[in-house]
Each structure stands twice: as structure tokens, then as C-alpha cells.
Design a binder for this molecule. Structure first.
Ligand code: MN
Length: 708
């Protein structure tokens, strides 16, 4: 049913005195005459559009000037009507609002950046003269989006993109949540129809499945709150589709893995009850700690206040809970408009006139924007400052040449580097921000001028996944790490196979290519990687190639095992391929790293080893101690002590008392008159070494005890 003028009159007569209705009726007659004979793309009379817009404006309880201006908003644009005609008929105020709306609709955003910036400036200028222009423009766009189906695909894409880039953020900035979400959802539907369809179906089915579940949960919450003496009003909610989509994209999760879309909203009477209710909830259901947000103590820039928490509901479902007072709820839905909705407007204002010049916190950003843009002559600077204000959850940074890059808050130089070029990301060692050198994990701030520092020796590592915030950077790092792991797997597989085969048949050349074929692998590399990653065991390969190998195996393995310590685990690697570096002699409990060494399997170093730090890190492989194995390792020690009789005896006695074997002991006189006693001990683990060191330090005359 199309909206009729009587619906609008009915709506505004609930908050505007009768005297104001005349203006609206007059505007209707004028608009009807001007648009007579015009039709919209869907074949309806054109007049339906201004009627719909005016009706929503009335529902938002804007003043009569706004409703009249909404009815007239397209008259100058689409006909021969002039600003002076409107002024003569309806007065300066209505004319100025309609004029502002006309100026905005003439702006063409389909242009290069410079021009777009200039147009954006014009738009802000037109809107910021009078907040009503902005509000009516947003409603106009909303109705156009609702009826976008009749446009060509090309126009749909352009209009939806513009809505998502400019109008939805403006609605967000004004805090009008319902308007923002509808603009976003509609834009999403046109821009990504396939994703929209999949996600919508998925969310609808979750909503259906979880209807009873949420109802039961809400009843239990109500009961818990009642027991605590808190009166509440509880509603269930499903998050809006575009916000779910953004989150999936941000976290790089596939559309079929939607999980937290369930939510409830608890409305209580006072701010104190908000916190009390939060306590009750957390006492009953386990909260996910990092998801608690206190927007009451720290309201959003648009004035939004609420407590947010996510709890694990019955059966393990995550449920987001918002807790707020009635007034906070009203601001959350209507934003800036809530302030004149919440108080009974008609009662407090005789002439029912909304005064946009009234100083409110929500308007101040718009005023600031206007003031700051007056000083910014360069349109690009202006666009920059507008974007800073419009997207409070984004940071905008620049290259030294002035190109602008946009990131989520928390982004680092790594995100910047990867957004320029993948190779630059891989080789990023830090950045110069505003001329100062910063580390990889520096948090970019709006306005930063960023220059990436690179080194051809640099490459990604696992901890980069925590430093990067954008999915692009994370994906690139992940891909590099996977390729690297494969390289390592292949190298390791080659070592294992060659070593084993040589052990069984030293006289034969190893033909890996034909062996890979025996096991039906597409390539030698695939075969070697399968072994390196432990998907295919070397013993299995040997058994198949040499059925008689089994008998020999027991003997040779026992011998090999004795020769080498076997207390390190590497996924998929046989013990006999592991050896301990002589430079640093690691023992269980030390932090260790492994390096693939051609012809020698894996060499394990202490991670602090000077020598290890010089080895090509591409050959590095993670290793771990197998704490279940109880073998001894040789450790070289040095004890500096006073040069007096009986010292050596006390030292060896202390070691013997610990049941530790000692070998290759020698004592040297030092230049300072003391002596140094050097020896090797067989130690099981770090704890034992520490106990021994403590004992040695307690001996009278011992100055220093060191592990070499
Ligand atoms: Mn319009």
C-alpha cells in the first residue's frame, strides 16, 4: 500500500500542534502538481517517492519544516521549479533545506579522487548548514535503496557502493543504527548478491533452529535477574547480516562457518542495574573474557552506550548479550534523533521547531568538520579529514608521495607492506613512520606517513600472524609459511630416505624418482614431503622395497640408537637422524632449535647458541625434548676458584656426591692468581645441572661456576 498524505498528517499530528499541519498539506499539493505525469522506474507515480520519504521523516518525529522539505525535496531537481518559488510559497527555512538537498543530489561521485573530494566537500557543506538536510538526504537514499531493483545492474552497483561508502557511515556517525544497518544490508545485497544469498539462508536457518533455544535461555536469564531483584525487559536478536559478513571477512572465515549470530538485549531501569545484571549473567554463564566491552564508561563517538559480553550458553552456543537502560536503548536505535524523541517534544517546544543549531555533543563533530575544512584548501586534505571523522574504526595512513591507505584500527607496518606488494611484505623489517624508525608491531595511527624498510635477508615467521591485522597480510604470511614447511618437509624426507637406504644397501645408488613411482606419488617431491611430514614411514618404504630388511632391522637400530641420544622429538622423524651440536651441547630443559643438515639429518642446538644464529634460518625446524627419555648428555663446565690445596678434591667430591660422572678434567692457573678447572659431566637435564651448579658454588673458595 503506497503511503498517502493522510498517513503523514496522522503521524505528525501526534507530536505537532494543528497550526503546523497547514504547511505540510500545502507542500503536498505543490509537490503533487510539480511531479504530475512523472513516473518512477517501477511505473508508479513519481509522487510516491516524496510521500514515502516524508512518511519516514514523520515517523522519526522531525519538525514540520523537515516533513514539508521531504515532500518537496525533488521538485527543484526534477522540474522547472526554482529556489525562489519555494521561498515565496513556503518561506526561507523550507527553501534552504530543499536547496541543500538539491545541491547534494547534483553531486556526481563517479569521478576521479580529486573531483570526488571536491564533491564530498560540497555535500558536507550543504548538509552541515542544517542537520535536517543530512537526515532527509539519508532517508531519501534509504527509499531509493529500497526500490533499487528497477535500476540497471550498473546503476545498482554504483548507487550501492556510494551508499556503503558515504551514506551508511554518515548514519553511523549520527548513531541512527536502524538506518545504518538497513543501508548496509541493502548495499551488501546488491554488491555481493551471491554471498548475500548464502549468508542469508544460513542465518535464517540458524534463527529458525535456535528460536526455542533462545526463548528458553531468555526465560532463564529473566529468572536469574528476578532472583537478584532486577526488573528487566529482554529481547532476542540476530545480528545484522552485513556486520556478520564483515566479521567473517575480517577473520577470514568461510561463509558456511557462521557461529556467533545469536544475541539477546536486556533493558533495565538504571545504569547501576546494568552492571548488577552483568554480574548476575557472569555468575550463571561463563563469559568469553576478551569480549566484554563497557561502552557505558567509554561511549562510542556517536554517543552509543551499552555493556556487551559474550557468554557460553547451554550446549556451548555463544550468545552475545547487550545490557542497557531504556534511554541508552533509545539512543542506540535513533542516535542523534533520540534527543528530541525521548523528551516529549511537542510539550517542551511550543512551535514544535527543531533547532539544529542547539549545541549538542552529537552535532559538535559536524561543526568541527565544517570548521576544519575551511582551512583545508586542498581537496585531498579535506577528504582525508572527512574520512578520519566518518570512519572512527579505521586508520588512514599515507605513503611519502601522499597515496592514502586504509586499515582497521590496530594495523601495523606489516599490513601496510603487504597491501603494497607481497614481496615487500615478506622482506619487511620495520618502517619509518613520520621519519622515525619503528618496529614491525608498531600500531599505525591516522595521518602517519609510512615508509617501509626492507631487507633481502628478511622472511616471514609464525609470530607475524599475530602482528598482522588484515586478512590480506595474514593470508600471504600463511601461504609463505606453508610453502616453507613443504620445502623443509622435502629436505627432511630426502635425508631420511637416503640415510636409511644407504644403511641397508651402501653399494646401491638411491633412485628416488622410481621409488616415488612405486608408492604412486605424482612427483618425487610429493613422496619426500610425505616422509618428511610423517605421513609415510621410512620403515614402511624399506619393508616394501627390501622384504628381507626386517631381520636386519632390530640389530642395526639398537646399535644406532646407542650411538646417538634419542631424547628429542621431531614430528615424523626417526631418532637416528638427530644429533646434538658440539658447540653448545644442549640438554633436556634447554630451549632448542633444529637445523636440517645435508647428510647428517637434524642437528639440535640451544636456541641461544651463537653458532646456530648464523645458520641459514630457512633450514630451521622446530624440535622438542621428549621428557620421557632419561639419557645423559655431556656438558662442559668451568669452575674458577682460589688456588689453594684441596680445591680440586672438593670439586670432584661434590660432583661425585650427586652421582654424576666426570671426565676430561683439567686445571689451569689464571693470570690473576686464581685457577680455572675445566671438565665434562654427564647430565640428564637442566634441573640436575642447576642443582649441581648450586652445590659447586657453595664450596668455600669457588668464585664462579659456568656452563660452557
Ligand atoms: Mn529523492
Amino acid at each position: 500500500m503506497p503511503v498517502r498524505i493522510n498517513d503523514i498528517i496522522d503521524e505528525i499530528s501526534t507530536y505537532v500542534p494543528d497550526s503546523g499541519l497547514r504547511l505540510v498539506e500545502k507542500a503536498y499539493v505543490f509537490s503533487a502538481r510539480v511531479h504530475q505525469g512523472q513516473t518512477r522506474l517501477n511505473g508508479e507515480p513519481y509522487l510516491n517517492h516524496p510521500l514515502e520519504v516524508a512518511y519516514i521523516v514523520a515517523q522519526m518525529r522531525l519538525d514540520v519544516v523537515s516533513v514539508a522539505a521531504a515532500l518537496l525535496h525533488d521538485t527543484i531537481e526534477d522540474s522547472l521549479t526554482k529556489r525562489e518559488d519555494i521561498k515565496a510559497e513556503f518561506g526561507e527555512e523550507v527553501a534552504s533545506v530543499v536547496d541543500g538537498l538539491t545541491k547534494i543530489s547534483r553531486i556526481d561521485f563517479r569521478s576521479e579522487e580529486e573531483k570526488q573530494a571536491e564533491n564530498f566537500r560540497k555535500m558536507i557543506l550543504a548538509m552541515s548548514k542544517d542537520l535536517r538536510v543530512l537526515l532527509i538526504k539519508l532517508i531519501d537514499r534509504l527509499h531509493n535503496m529500497r526500490t533499487l531493483a528497477f535500476h540497471t545492474r550498473q546503476n545498482q552497483l554504483r548507487i550501492a557502493r556510494e551508499t556503503l561508502d558515504i551514506y551508511a557511515p554518515l548514519a553511523n556517525r549520527l548513531g541512527i543504527h536502524w538506518l545504518q544497518t538497513e543501508l548496509e544490508n541493502l548495499s551488501f545485497m546488491y554488491l555481493e548478491p551471491e554471498d548475500y544469498r548464502i549468508l542469508k539462508a544460513k542465518m535464517d536457518s540458524i534463527a529458525r533452529e535456535k528460536e526455542d533455544y533462545l526463548r528458553n535461555f531468555m526465560a532463564r536469564v529473566r529468572l536469574k535477574l528476578e532472583e537478584a531483584g532486577i526488573k528487566s525487559d529482554i529481547k532476542s536478536r540476530i545480528k545484522h547480516i552485513y556486520s556478520v559478513y564483515q566479521k567473517l571477512k575480517r577473520q577470514n572465515i568461510s561463509l558456511s562457518n557462521v557461529y556467533d549470530v545469536l544475541g539477546i538485549r536486556i533493558i533495565v531501569d538504571t545504569e547501576a542495574e546494568c552492571y548488577a545484571a552483568l554480574g548476575v549473567i557472569h555468575g550463571s554463564w561463563k563469559p568469553i573474557q576478551q569480549r566484554i566491552k563497557d561502552f557505558i564508561a567509554q561511549p562510542k563517538p556517536n554517543g552509543y552506550k551499552s555493556l556487551h559480553t559474550t557468554v557460553i550458553g547451554p550446549g556451548g552456543d555463544r550468545i552475545e548479550i547487550q545490557i542497557r537502560t531504556r534511554e541508552m536503548d533509545s539512543v542506540a536505535n535513533d542516535g542523534i534523533a533520540a534527543h528530541w524523541l525521548y523528551k516529549d517534544y511537542a510539550k517542551t517546544h511550543d512551535d514544535a521547531k527543531f533547532d539544529p543549531s542547539k549545541e549538542t555533543h552529537e552535532l559538535s563533530w559536524l561543526r568541527r568538520l565544517l570548521e576544519s575544512h575551511r582551512e583545508l584548501k586542498n581537496p585531498r586534505d579535506f577528504l582525508r579529514s572527512v574520512k578520519l571523522d566518518l570512519y572512527p574504526e579505521e586508520v588512514f595512513v599515507f605513503t611519502p608521495k601522499g597515496e592514502v591507505f586504509q586499515f582497521p584500527v590496530g594495523a601495523t607496518p606489516l599490513d601496510f607492506a603487504y597491501s603494497v606488494h607481497t614481496q615487500l611484505g615478506h622482506q619487511c623489517i620495520g618502517a619509518k613512520v613520520n621519519g622515525q624508525i619503528v618496529k614491525l608491531n608498531y600500531e599505525l595511527k591516522s595521518g602517519d606517513v609510512v615508509e617501509i624498510l626492507r631487507s633481502s635477508k628478511q622472511h616471514p615467521s609464525k609470530d607475524w600472524l599475530r602482528i598482522a591485522k588484515t586478512s590480506r597480510a595474514k593470508n600471504k604470511i600463511q601461504a609463505w609459511l606453508r610453502a616453507q614447511e613443504r620445502e623443509q618437509g622435502i629436505a627432511l624426507g630426502r635425508e631420511m630416505v637416503e640415510k636409511k637406504l644407504k644403511a641397508v644397501h651402501p653399494e646401491q645408488d638411491v633412485d628416488l624418482e622410481s621409488i616415488a613411482k612405486v608408492f604412486a606419488y605424482k612427483s618425487t617431491d610429493d613422496f619426500l614431503a610425505a616422509i618428511g611430514f610423517g605421513r609415510l614411514s621410512v620403515n614402511h618404504v624399506l619393508n616394501k622395497l627390501y622384504p628381507d630388511y626386517q631381520k636386519k632391522k632390530a640389530r642395526s637400530q639398537a646399535a644406532e640408537k646407542k650411538a646417538e641420544g634419542a631424547s628429542v622429538v621431531v614430528k615424523g622423524v626417526d631418532n637416528l637422524l638427530i644429533r646434538f651440536a658440539k658447540c653448545c651441547r644442549p640438554i633436556p630443559g634447554d630451549d632448542i632449535v633444529g637445523f636440517i643438515t645435508r647428510g647428517k639429518g637434524i642437528t639440535v642446538h640451544r636456541s641461544t647458541c651463537q653458532y646456530a644464529s648464523e645458520i641459514d634460518s630457512q633450514r630451521m625446524i622446530p624440535v622438542e625434548w621428549d621428557m620421557g627419555v632419561n639419557e645423559s648428555h655431556e656438558v662442559e663446565m668451568s669452575v674458577v676458584c682460589e688456588d689453594r690445596p684441596g680445591m680440586l678434591g672438593s670439586i670432584t667430591a661434590a660432583i661425585g656426591a650427586k652421582n654424576v660422572n666426570i671426565s676430561r678434567l683439567k686445571a689451569l692457573p689464571l693470570a690473576d692468581g686464581n685457577s680455572a678447572c675445566q671438565f665434562f659431566v654427564a647430565i640428564k637435564n637442566l634441573a640436575e645441572l642447576e642443582r649441581l651448579t648450586a652445590d659447586l658454588k657453595r664450596i668455600k673458595g669457588v668464585i664462579r661456576v659456568e656452563r660452557r
